[in-house]
Ligand binder design. Structure first.
Ligand code: ADP
Ligand code: MG
Length: 255
């Protein structure tokens, strides 16, 4: 078996008061895949993501990342290991340029270490140069060169989404979690976003785990697709199979 799960969720449960949001859920995300997660509102998708990203600790069950048990490991430690989720560009960052938004992503920037700043200014200058170069590469990759010096607050919705994606590229991410990243993005920019996710996957080896309501986007990007309903995984497979399964259509649209 060549199956290589970069994320392995085993029998995970999370309740809020009397409500079981995720119920003995098990699923795997294969390294190098773009795996989709779909299901009706309230199915438990975001709660599952929050547990994988370390934002919520499960009541029971285990989560493995890269073969290691990371259950209860906080987000910043998972981030350092290359498990990232995108975040909307925070208000505080809207007065910085697109390029600067990339440069401030905490990565392996030796310039942040005080000893280096005091004793090795030349080293710091080189490190800053490296970060700037990396940010320019990311800008190039995402074809945002024409807006690199625009304030992030002035970018269009779609450009902001690309910048969010770009921020994950400043760290050596292995897995990127996207929770409804396409919401509110128009059709044209959606194609841009999808194309960039595909290129990051194919050319740079990123694994994606994607929650999305847009079925066309899921169909285009994701294989396999995992379906959740009422806190449980009810199916998984290629989108064509999912679409053709009447029980899933019932569970998905029937509630
Ligand atoms: P989805 O992302 O699939 O729409 P969620 O994971 O957001 O579903 O929610 C699953 C269920 O858990 C819903 O019934 C929701 O109301 C509930 N829930 C989610 N987060 C919380 C919370 N922090 N406190 C209480 N209930 C929550
Ligand atoms: Mg959600």
């Amino acid at each position: 078996m060549s199956f290589d799960a970069v994320i392995d969720v085993k029998d995970v449960t999370k309740s809020f008061g009397g409500l079981t949001a995720v119920n003995k859920c098990s699923l795997r995300v294969e390294r190098g895949s773009i795996t989709g997660l779909i299901g009706p509102n309230g199915a438990g998708k975001s709660t599952l993501f929050n547990m994988v990203a370390g934002n919520i600790v499960p009541d029971s069950g285990s989560i493995y990342f890269d073969g290691e048990d990371v259950t209860g490991v906080p987000p910043y430690k998972l981030f350092a290991r290359g498990l990232l989720r995108t975040f909307q560009i925070a208000h505080e960052f809207s007065h910085m340029t697109a390029l600067e938004n990339l440069m401030v992503v905490p990565g392996d920037q030796p310039g942040e270490r005080l000893a280096n700043i005091w004793f090795r200014p030349d080293f710091v200058r080189k490190a800053e140069h490296h970060v700037r170069q990396k940010a320019l590469d990311v800008i190039d990759f995402l074809k945002l060169g024409h807006v690199k010096n625009e304030l992030a607050g002035n970018l269009s919705g779609g450009q902001k989404k690309l910048l969010e994606l770009g921020r994950t590229m400043m760290v050596d991410a292995k897995v990127v979690l996207l929770d409804e990243v396409a919401a509110g993005v128009n059709r044209t920019l959606l194609q841009d976003l999808a194309a960039n996710i595909e290129r990051m996957n194919e050319e740079l080896g990123y694994t994606f785990f994607v929650i999305e309501h847009d079925m066309d986007l899921i169909g285009r990007l994701c294989d396999p697709v995992i379906v959740m309903a009422q806190g449980e995984v009810i199916a998984q497979g290629p989108m064509e199979e999912i679409r053709a399964n009447p029980e899933i259509i019932e569970a998905y649209f029937g509630s």
